[in-house]
Design a protein around this ligand. Structure first.
Ligand code: C5P
Length: 404
C-alpha cells in the first residue's frame, strides 16, 4: 500500500495592502485566506489607511495590523515579519508601490520588508488602465518579473474611475485559488483534464425531474486541484450551487444525454478524463413539455437507461486515461473493485454515500491494479490533491493507460 497522507502545515502569508480603492477588496481577501486555513499578517502602507482602516483587517486576520517601521519594540519588524512567512502577497499593489519594488526603495515598513524578505513575492496590481499601460509601469512590471516576483493579474473590466480596461485587481476568490495553486507541485503541467461533476437532471415535465443528491463538491475540488497541478481543465457540470474555479473552462449541462454530448465534443483534446458526475441511470421517455396536471389516478413513468458516459469514453479508439468514481451504500471494497473491472478503468475512487454526499469532507479509497489505497478522512480539496498526485504517479510509472 502506498502512503498518500500529506502533511498539513499552516501556511503563513504576509498581506501587504497599498493605497488603491481596491483596498476594500483586501478585506474579503483576508477573510477568505483565513477561512482557507492560512495565517495572515496584514501590513498596510499609509496610503492604504486612507481607504480602509486597520481595525477591519485586525478583526478579520485576528492579529494586530503592522503599519509603522518603528512599531516593533526592537525596530526590526521589517526582518521579523517575513522570516516566518511562506510568501508575501501585495494586494492591491498600486503603481507607486510597484515602482518602489522595482527600484528596491525602502522608505516604509512594507517596502522595507519586501526588500528584506527571503520568501517568494506575489503581486496583484490594481490601478487605472492608463497608469497600467504607461511605459514606466510596464518597465517596472518587467523588472519585477525579472527579479522573480509572480504577477497575479491585473484583470480587465470596469474600474472605480468609470473607465473600462486592464488594471482591475483580480477578485479575492480568484487570488485565493492562485495562491493555493502557487504552493502546489505542478504534477500535471501541460496536461489537459476533462472532468464531469454534479448530478444530472432528467425532465419529467416543464418543472419536474429525476435527479440525485450529488452536490458537485468532489468534482469541483478535483477541477481546482488539477488546475493547481498545472493542468488545463474543462469542467462539464450538471446543476449545482457551486462556483467553478475561475481558471476552468466550465460547461453547464442538465441531462445525461447533454453531458455525454459535451464529453464527446471535448474528449479528443483530453489526456485525462475524470468522471465524477453522479449520472442518472435512467431518463424519462416522452417528457411532457407542459406541466402535468395531477389527478387521482396512479401515475406511471416510463424510464429508459441512460448511456454510460465513462464506459463510452473508455471504449473510444484512443481514449484518455480514465478515472471513475463510485458511491456505494454497502460492501464498498467489493462493489468498487468489481465496478472498476466491469468499466475497464485503470483507477476508480470510491466512498460511502452516507459519508460523502453533500459533505465537505469524507474518506476516499483509490482502486487500481496495485490494490486498494485508502485515503484518510479529509476535506474534499485535500482528497482531490491526493487523487491528482496518484494519477500523476500512475502516469509517471507508465501505468497511465486504460486496461485493454
Ligand atoms: O455504475 P455507476 O453509476 O455506479 O458508476 C459510477 C461511475 O460511472 C462514475 O465515474 C460516473 O461518473 C460514471 N457514470 C457515467 N455514466 C453513467 C453512469 C455512471 O459516466 N450513465
Amino acid at each position: 500500500m502506498i502512503d498518500l497522507i500529506t502533511e498539513v502545515t499552516t501556511k503563513r502569508l504576509v498581506l501587504g495592502i497599498t493605497g488603491g480603492v481596491a483596498a476594500y477588496k483586501a478585506a474579503e481577501l483576508t477573510r477568505l485566506l483565513v477561512k482557507s486555513g492560512i495565517e495572515v499578517q496584514v501590513v498596510m502602507t499609509e496610503a492604504a489607511r486612507h481607504f480602509v482602516g486597520p481595525a477591519t483587517f485586525q478583526a478579520l486576520s485576528g492579529k494586530p495590523v503592522l503599519t509603522d517601521l518603528w512599531d516593533s519594540g526592537n525596530g526590526m519588524a521589517h526582518i521579523d515579519v517575513t522570516r516566518n512567512a511562506d510568501v508575501v502577497l501585495i494586494a492591491p499593489a498600486s503603481a507607486d508601490f510597484i515602482a518602489k519594488l522595482a527600484h528596491g526603495a525602502a522608505d516604509d515598513l512594507l517596502s522595507t520588508l519586501c526588500l528584506a524578505r527571503s520568501c517568494p513575492l506575489l503581486v496583484a496590481p490594481a490601478m487605472n488602465l492608463e497608469m497600467w499601460n504607461n511605459p514606466a509601469t510596464q518597465r517596472n512590471i518587467l523588472q519585477l518579473k525579472r527579479d522573480g516576483a509572480t504577477l497575479l493579474g491585473p484583470a480587465s473590466g470596469s474600474q472605480a474611475c468609470g473607465e473600462t480596461g486592464m488594471g482591475r485587481m483580480v477578485e479575492p476568490q480568484a487570488l485565493v485559488e492562485d495562491i493555493d495553486a502557487f504552493w502546489q507541485p505542478k504534477r500535471l503541467q501541460g496536461k489537459r483534464v476533462l472532468i464531469t461533476a454534479g448530478p444530472t437532471f432528467e425532465a419529467i415535465d416543464a418543472v419536474r425531474g429525476i435527479t440525485n443528491l450529488s452536490s458537485g463538491k468532489m468534482g469541483y475540488a478535483i477541477a481546482r486541484a488539477a488546475i493547481e497541478a498545472g493542468a488545463a481543465v474543462t469542467l462539464i457540470s450538471g446543476p449545482t450551487c457551486l462556483t467553478p474555479p475561475v481558471a476552468a473552462k466550465t460547461l453547464a449541462v442538465t441531462s445525461a444525454q447533454q453531458m455525454l454530448e459535451a464529453v464527446y465534443k471535448n474528449v479528443a483534446d483530453a489526456d485525462i478524463f475524470i468522471s465524477v458526475a453522479a449520472v442518472a441511470d435512467y431518463y424519462v421517455l416522452n417528457p411532457s413539455e407542459q406541466k402535468i396536471k395531477k389527478d387521482a389516478h396512479i401515475f406511471t413513468l416510463e424510464l429508459a437507461p441512460n448511456p454510460d458516459i465513462v464506459a463510452n469514453v473508455v471504449s473510444l479508439p484512443n481514449p484518455p486515461f480514465c478515472v471513475g468514481f463510485a458511491a456505494e451504500s454497502e460492501n464498498l471494497y467489493e462493489f468498487a473493485e468489481a465496478k472498476r473491472k466491469r468499466k475497464k478503468l485503470p483507477l476508480l475512487a470510491a466512498n460511502l454515500v452516507q459519508d460523502a454526499i453533500g459533505s465537505d469532507a469524507s474518506e476516499l479509497i483509490l482502486f487500481d491494479d496495485g490494490g486498494a489505497h485508502p485515503l484518510q478522512r479529509a476535506p474534499k480539496i485535500e482528497l482531490a490533491r491526493q487523487l491528482i498526485e496518484h494519477i500523476a504517479k500512475l502516469q509517471h510509472k507508465g501505468k497511465g493507460d486504460n486496461p485493454k
